[in-house]
Design a protein around this ligand. Structure first.
Ligand code: SAH
Ligand code: SF4
Ligand code: F3S
Length: 455
């Protein structure tokens, strides 16, 4: 019989969903009596929680795995696990590529980690990628932060954007019940957390799969209803959410955010392209005009709201003029932050086999031009903070300057100011902004509280 393993390490790639899954899997491992090892080379159970959104994300996983597979030949007791989206996408094929793996498990199986590992410890090589109903989490996650926390509200995605692997790897939509979400948030409040980010790949789809229709024919549990249900969770002073989809985004949601004081004035609404023909080819289900209307409505209700988004350049067939429409949208809207990517063909997605693929060179060039504009616009947006007093929720020490702490404004701008982390962690402090950069701010704590502006 092999000795029971004692230490684990998890390396996480990809999005917030994966980070949340990793925290839950770490909780399960700790319940099993394992201890965290910061050094992957000292771990007995080594888990890679992987991402396959673009080819470079996937290649990164293989380079890590190659190194650890070698180690397995020297350390026989080492258990190697690949979880997450590459695991789901590749399944058995991953075992053929890296035969040293003990366990390959898709994201829907994250809460099953203990069962799966027990099978491994009995000497099996296990692949768990069949679609299942996600079991409500019964373990306590080991969260990376003591101040801010992720809370899943809906798993999976039923959209079929023609470039995207997520529906293939995350399965169909499964909403958690409002009471389970509220209970998790209440527990976080009791533990001293101050901020919660509600997560879903398409959060506006929340509740579509739950029973209940209102007399007006609307689903009873829309995402907006959920916000009204959880917004006053004791001690949770800030609530954020991601990701919004322009196709389903409603004015009712904007009104809720404007009305409920704990909802932060930040919206992450990917637009992907500023060109209607490309949006159609992507199967996104909205036009750039609709996207602009959404942003205008947000700004009517909350003139200072921060807006961030994702965009893809070099989608198959994208002409220079169509790319210019993306630049135009970015120029006109002025995003506080924009995640940009060059289109990457993904196995099993419709657009990957289209014949009108663009060269890497064209994609790279467009990405550079877009990033240049994004930085200029973000710097412009940052200017409005100069001299202002902002509420900053302190999360940590500034890793580059231990005399400073760092946190975020309600609008999600990263902010640094001089202070002692042992005293300030988890506190919401009024900070006068003295220095602004494209994506971050610096300031000083002020004694006076943030003035409350009455409408
Ligand atoms: N659910 C979110 C995004 C999920 S993936 C939404 O609907 O917007 C995160 C981002 O990765 C996407 O917004 C998109 O900008 C980018 N992305 C997804 N697939 C991609 C691909 N094949 N190539 C390049 N970027 C991609
Ligand atoms: Fe992918 Fe589209 Fe679903 Fe977002 S909405 S996860 S881009 S398929
Ligand atoms: Fe990547 Fe999976 Fe998230 S593919 S972006 S980790 S849903």
């Amino acid at each position: 019989m092999t000795a029971l393993p004692r230490r684990y390490h998890i390396t996480t790639f990809g999005c917030q969903m994966n980070k949340a899954d990793s925290e839950r899997m770490a909780g399960i491992l700790e319940d099993m009596g394992l201890e965290w090892s910061a050094d992957p080379n000292q771990a007995d159970v080594l888990l890679y929680n992987t991402c396959t959104i673009r080819d470079n994300a996937e290649q990164k996983v293989y380079s890590y795995l190659g190194r650890q597979a070698k180690r397995k030949h020297e350390q026989l007791g080492l258990t190697l696990v690949v979880a997450g989206c590459v695991a789901q996408q590749e399944g058995d094929a991953l075992l053929r590529r890296v035969p040293e793996l003990d366990l390959v498990m898709g994201p829907q199986h994250a809460n099953q980690l203990q069962n799966l590992l027990e099978q491994v410890f009995e000497g099996n090589q296990v692949v768990a990628t069949e679609p299942i109903h996600i079991i409500e989490d019964i373990t306590k996650p080991r969260r990376d932060s003591q101040v801010t926390a992720w809370v899943n509200v809906i798993y999976g995605c039923n959209e079929r954007c023609t470039y995207c692997v997520v529906p293939n790897v995350r399965g169909t939509e499964q909403s958690r019940t409002p009471s389970a979400i509220r209970a998790e948030m209440e527990e976080l409040g009791r533990q001293g957390y101050r901020e919660v980010t509600l997560l879903g790949q398409n959060i506006d789809a929340y509740g579509r799969d739950l029973p209940g229709i209102t007399p007006e024919g609307r689903h009873q549990h829309t995402f907006t209803d959920l916000l009204y249900f959880v917004h006053d969770t004791p001690n949770i002073e800030r609530i954020r959410f991601a990701t919004s989809h322009p196709r389903y985004f409603t004015e009712r949601l904007i009104q809720a955010c404007a009305k409920l004081p704990n909802l932060c004035e930040h919206f992450h609404i990917p637009f992907q392209s500023g060109d209607n023909d490309i949006l159609k080819a992507m199967s996104r289900g909205y036009t750039h005009e609709k996207y602009r209307r959404i942003i205008n409505t947000i700004r009517d209700y909350m003139p200072d709201a921060a807006i961030s988004a994702d965009a893809i350049v070099g989608f198959p067939g994208e002409t220079e003029d169509q790319f210019q429409n993306t630049l135009k949208l970015v120029e006109e809207i002025g995003f506080d932050q924009l995640n940009t990517a060059a289109y990457s063909p993904r196995p099993g997605t419709p657009a990957a086999v289209w014949r009108n693929q663009l060269s890497e060179e064209v994609k790279r060039d467009r990405l550079q031009r877009l990033n240049h504009l994004v930085a200029i616009k973000a710097a412009e947006r940052s200017q409005r903070y100069q001299g202002r007093i902002e509420s900053v929720l302190v999360e940590d020490q500034n890793p580059k300057d231990p005399t400073q702490v760092m946190g975020r404004t309600r609008s999600n701008r990263l902010t640094f100011f001089p202070g002692d982390i042992t005293r300030l962690k988890g506190q919401i402090i009024s900070v006068k902004i003295t220095d602004v950069r494209a994506f971050s701010l610096t300031g000083e704590a002020v004694q006076s509280p943030v003035p409350v502006v009455c409408p």
